[in-house]
Design a protein around this ligand. Structure first.
Ligand SMILES: [Mg+2]
Length: 365
């Protein structure tokens, strides 16, 4: 079996209202769909992360990488990954690794379709269902404490037993009040996580952590810049709230340092960003060797398959309609929460069928 073509579709759509985290405001959402065809008629779909910061760069890299994939056996994921990553000037981090990820995900989709097994079974099935949490609690124009509480209640009504909220986009004492409101709203049995999206200096993160420790926080995500490994360590030592990070880390090499230096208690690789399934499984094993759990960042349809395949999978992140207006429409079968859990599809590959009709109008390439 050989790859005959690599094609892609880049989509970008507006959000209902701009949403803001600790550092950025997002007006749009997006998706890069990598489609890999083979001489045996099997097509792999790779759900790539959006490349909205520089779509022209992402598209150029996609075109450049075709030469490394076409003509290869799609089962040779290690060989193809290495061919894309090895050139010194491309592939190693940033948007090029996002592109490698999309291609690798499409190759694993092909493997699953040929084997007639879901990706989580192919990788070594571990669980039939995995815990999930709803990501939200963004800052929005006109969204006060009351609206925040309503959103969180709505997430619980979807079946969630854990919710994550943003911090770092307001003065510290204001965020302390937001965290208090969320804890009061959900009661004591629901997990609450906070995510600063790298907004703090390490000493500000410690100040916030000390002020909210009493609200029983399950983790403090990306308190400081992803490259500030020492800052992560200092925060980890200063608070009993577990530090979580990894959505802006790339490849086994970046995660090796994060894990070996004990920068975080919870490791958050995103297979759409850090190198695809091939690299995700290596990072999961690295974390397991130090008894650290994996709580991937990003797309639930992709990551439910990966968390269900590893023994140290902690939970899956879940985006909902309030953070992505196409949430219920871009796939034919939207992943639903049941009593705090999600279950991986048993369909071959990632089991993802795109709703081409809903997406069509947002295609930008
Ligand atoms: Mg995050």
């Amino acid at each position: 079996m050989i790859v005959t073509d690599v094609d892609y579709e880049v989509y970008q759509w507006p959000r209902r209202v701009p949403i803001r985290n600790g550092l950025h405001t997002y007006q749009t959402s997006g998706l890069t769909v990598v489609k890999i065809s083979t001489d045996e008629g099997v097509t792999g779909i790779g759900l790539g992360r959006d490349i909205r910061d520089a779509p022209e760069v992402g598209i150029a890299i996609l075109n450049h990488f075709k030469q490394y994939v076409i003509g290869e056996d799609p089962f040779d994921t290690e060989k193809i990954w290495r061919k894309m990553w090895e050139p010194k000037l491309v592939g190693r981090r940033g948007i090029t690794t996002r592109v490698i990820s999309g291609i690798d995900l499409a190759l694993w989709d092909i493997k699953g379709k040929v084997a007639n097994r879901s990706v989580h079974k192919l990788l070594g099935g571990y669980a039939d269902r995995v815990p999930v949490y709803v990501a939200g609690g963004y800052y929005e124009e006109g969204k006060g404490l009351k609206e925040l509480a309503v959103e969180v209640e709505d997430s619980l009504s979807m079946g969630a037993k854990a919710v994550k909220m943003k911090v770092g986009g307001a003065p510290i004492n204001e965020d302390v009040e937001r965290v208090r409101v969320v804890r009061d709203t959900v009661g004591s049995d629901i997990k609450v996580m906070i995510d600063a999206n790298c907004a703090y200096k390490y000493y500000e993160a410690i100040e916030l952590a000390h002020k909210i420790e009493k609200y029983d926080i399950a983790w403090f995500e990306e308190p400081v810049f992803p490259d500030d490994y020492k800052g992560h360590q200092l925060i980890s030592r200063a608070t009993h709230i577990p530090v979580a990070t990894g959505e802006n880390e790339y490849t086994k090499y970046g995660f090796r340092d994060l894990i070996n230096d004990r920068c975080a208690a919870i490791i958050q690789p995103d297979a759409q960003i850090m190198g695809g399934v091939t690299e995700f499984m290596k990072v999961a094993a690295l974390a397991q060797s130090q008894d650290l759990p994996i709580a991937p960042h990003g797309n639930q349809q992709v990551h439910v398959q990966l968390v269900a395949a590893i023994p140290n999978g902690l939970t899956v992140e879940y985006y909902r309609g309030s953070t992505d207006p196409l949430w219920g429409e871009m796939f034919e079968d939207t992943l639903m929460i049941e009593d705090g859990y999600v279950s991986p599809s048993d369909k071959p590959g990632f089991g993802i069928t795109l709703n081409e009709k809903a997406l069509k109008q947002y295609k930008i390439n």
